[in-house]
Design a protein around this ligand. Structure first.
Ligand code: PGA
Length: 248
């Protein structure tokens, strides 16, 4: 049995006061054995690290540079994230792909660098509504996954998480049905199994896209759904705690 994992992606939302209140709510309400991860915006990672110390909640970042250090204005390195106690990094979120032009090749480089630094990458894949309507879901997510497996190697998935986030479900309230999500998760596990069946069984596959306190339980009940990547609902401590409870 794979342990459930639930990751909060706050995106570009927070200020100091909101962070303090939200994390206090997380710490008070989220109970093991579910593993929860909070990914606040980068400027608040230090504050979050302090507040989460000694709690069951791990810290993650929403993005990272593939470069080690130097003349990369505005970028954040893996060693900085390590310094701030981050254990996870979200990579290739659809907003990074569509709004900031991140390509599969960038994401693969970031993935390799993240593994080398000893952090856990959370690789996001997912199709747009147009791609789903055109029957391209399987080929889109397969090629997004392959782009990383081919560069990083299947062994690096020993310590990675994959998140299926259909773009049409993100922030829209239009959640994939448990069956729709399970179908893609199964495909992703089969794709990984082509390279290594054992690793494929162990990689946590998260679903993301309008997960909330009401729909989490039926999503997490599916065989290949090992938890969630939660945006909007993670900005409400009681909703996020309820999602974590559904994973338990
Ligand atoms: P959502 O976002 O839960 O608000 O749909 C999920 C995500 O973008 O990771």
């Amino acid at each position: 049995m794979r342990a459930k994992l639930v990751i909060a992606n706050w995106k570009m939302n927070a200020d100091k006061a909101m962070l303090a209140k939200l994390l206090a709510g997380y710490v008070a309400a989220i109970k093991p054995p579910v593993k929860a991860v909070a990914c606040p915006p980068a400027p608040y990672l230090a504050q979050a690290q302090q507040q989460l110390e000694g709690s069951a909640i791990a810290l993650g970042a929403q993005n990272v540079s593939q470069f080690e250090k130097g003349a990369y204005t505005g970028e954040i390195s893996l060693s900085m994230l390590q310094d701030l106690g981050c254990e996870y990094v979200i990579l290739g979120h659809s907003e990074r792909r569509s709004l900031f032009g991140e390509q599969d090749t960038d994401i693969a480089e970031k993935f390799v660098a993240t593994i080398a630094a000893g952090l856990t990458p959370v690789l996001c894949v997912g199709e747009t509504r147009e791609q789903r309507q055109a029957g391209e879901t399987d080929s889109v997510v397969s090629s997004q996954l392959d782009a990383v497996v081919n560069v990083a190697g299947i062994k690096s998935f020993e310590k990675a998480v994959v998140a299926y986030e259909p773009v049409w479900a993100i922030g829209t309230g239009d959640t994939a049905t448990p069956e729709q999500a399970q179908q893609v998760h199964k495909l992703l596990r089969e794709k990984l199994a082509e390279s290594d069946a054992d690793i494929a069984q162990r990689v946590p596959l998260l679903y993301g896209g309008s997960v909330n306190a009401e729909n989490a339980e039926e999503l997490f009940a599916m065989t290949d759904i090992d938890g969630g990547l939660v945006g909007g609902a993670s900005l409400d401590a009681s909703a996020f705690a309820a999602i974590c409870a559904a994973a338990n």
